[in-house]
Ligand binder design. Structure first.
Ligand SMILES: Cc1cc2nc3c(=O)[nH]c(=O)nc-3n(C[C@H](O)[C@H](O)[C@H](O)COP(=O)(O)OP(=O)(O)OC[C@H]3O[C@@H](n4cnc5c(N)ncnc54)[C@H](O)[C@@H]3O)c2cc1C
Length: 378
């Protein structure tokens, strides 16, 4: 007997899990398939945790607007996991920025987000900073949010979660998907059917699209490092330096740690192929371009660039500020090639097949989970 579901969702990050809960709330039965030993192991926890208000995207008004559109609802629905109690600054670097202070102010006015120019501040180094702005931007706590959604999923009877499981074949027949699933290390093939299927695998998007007979999305991929540290004088401060090869430091939710990223040093290796292909995949057999492993558990992951990231970011602060490195997380960051120039991060939810339906969610921002409600029909 094949078990039948209204939806099969592949990928158990925040987008797959949110889609499963949303559909279950509307009476739909869901099979959620995740290849790792646990949900929320990849981009949904390895990120800067910035609850985007739009400031980060002076070259992509569309992304800026989408960030701001979703912010109020995301904040209200995740209130216990949001850090709104720190000062968030954006700075324009004096050297090599793609955006100058006038453009940044015009952009903020245009999309109607507050920015107050700060002329002096004891903790910042104005020899490197052309202009400093106090803004209104929060961070969310990815670990607390993951726990929150895990608990909700456990209580949801209409969702069957299958961990350490991969889809190995997908065939369209009788207006439904016939899927063959296999658990890691087991020979048995599990057969299920689903009226609709959703690919929510982010860096795995093209591999899963291919299984469903759908063309590649033009993507590029980077092995990315988020460094975590403490800096006693900055525990209540976040800084993003705009706009180009700079960096960002801000509270990682409510953890007491700061997350640090750098446009130059966060990204260790780049793959311009539609499937994420990296030379480290040759060093062990559990990670392939079409079936990525968890970089954090991988012995072939790159050496940390934390010292370079700190050295870069230190330049924007006064000398009394000290940094204490704690740890780093790694994951694959995937981007639409089309956004290489404007640096935009749209969330695209595309209906790629009809009869039966197949959707692909390619997410650019965590607070855009609500786009699922607009795009998925049942
Ligand atoms: C370094 C970095 C910094 C970021 N900073 C921010 C930020 O500050 N603010 C923000 O809003 N967004 C940020 N983002 C973007 C945000 O993290 C992503 O848009 C979001 O997490 C994507 O969620 P997801 O559920 O689609 O993907 P993921 O969380 O990656 O989940 C995909 C899941 O699919 C599983 N999977 C993959 N292939 C298969 C398969 N074949 N079979 C079964 N399961 C599979 C994976 O194991 C994983 O669990 C950042 C991203 C990165 C990488």
């Amino acid at each position: 007997m094949r078990q039948h579901f209204d939806f099969a969702i592949i990928g158990g990050g925040i987008f797959g899990v949110y889609a499963a809960l949303y559909l279950a709330r509307h009476g739909q039965s869901v099979c959620l398939v995740e290849k790792e030993t646990a949900l929320f192991r990849k981009a949904s926890i390895v990120n800067q945790a910035r609850l985007h208000s739009g400031y980060h995207y002076p070259r992509s008004v569309a992304t800026a607007r989408m960030s701001d559109d979703n912010k109020a609802r995301f904040t209200a629905e995740h209130r216990d996991f949001i850090n709104a109690g720190f000062e968030k600054y954006y700075a324009i670097d004096r050297f090599g920025s793609f955006t100058d202070s006038q453009q940044f102010e015009r952009f903020c006015n245009f999309i109607n987000i507050p920015c107050e120019r700060i002329k002096t501040h004891p903790l910042f180094n104005f020899e490197r900073i052309e202009a400093l702005y106090k803004t209104e931007e929060y961070s969310f706590d990815p670990i607390l949010i993951a726990n929150f959604y895990r608990r909700r999923l456990e209580a949801e009877k209409k969702v069957t979660t299958m961990l350490q499981t991969a889809v190995i074949n997908a065939v369209a027949g009788n207006n439904r998907w016939e899927l063959s699933l296999q658990r890691k290390g087991e020979a048995e093939i599990i057969h299920i059917t689903a009226d609709q299927a959703i690919n929510a695998t982010y860096a795995g998007s093209n591999a899963v699209n291919a299984l469903f007979g759908v063309e590649d999305i033009p993507l590029m991929h980077e092995i990315s490092e988020m460094a975590f540290l403490t800096a006693p004088l900055l525990s209540n401060i976040g800084l993003t330096v705009m706009d180009g090869p700079f960096g960002s430091l801000m509270p990682y939710g409510l953890s007491g740690l700061l997350s640090l990223s750098s446009v130059i040093y966060t990204h260790h290796k780049v793959s311009y192929a539609n499937l994420p292909a990296f030379d480290c995949q040759g060093q062990q057999n559990t990670c392939r371009p079409d079936f990525l492993s968890d970089c954090n558990a991988c012995p072939a992951k790159p050496r940390s660039n934390y010292a370079k990231m700190i050295a870069q970011m230190r330049q924007y602060f006064s000398e009394e500020v000290t940094f204490h490195y704690f740890t780093s997380f790694f994951t694959i960051k995937s981007k639409l090639k089309a956004n290489h120039i404007d640096d935009g991060r749209p969330t695209e939810i595309s209906l790629l097949k009809e009869n039966p339906r197949f959707y692909c969610i390619f997410a650019g921002k965590i607070n855009s989970i609500y786009e699922i409600e607009k795009a998925i029909s049942f």
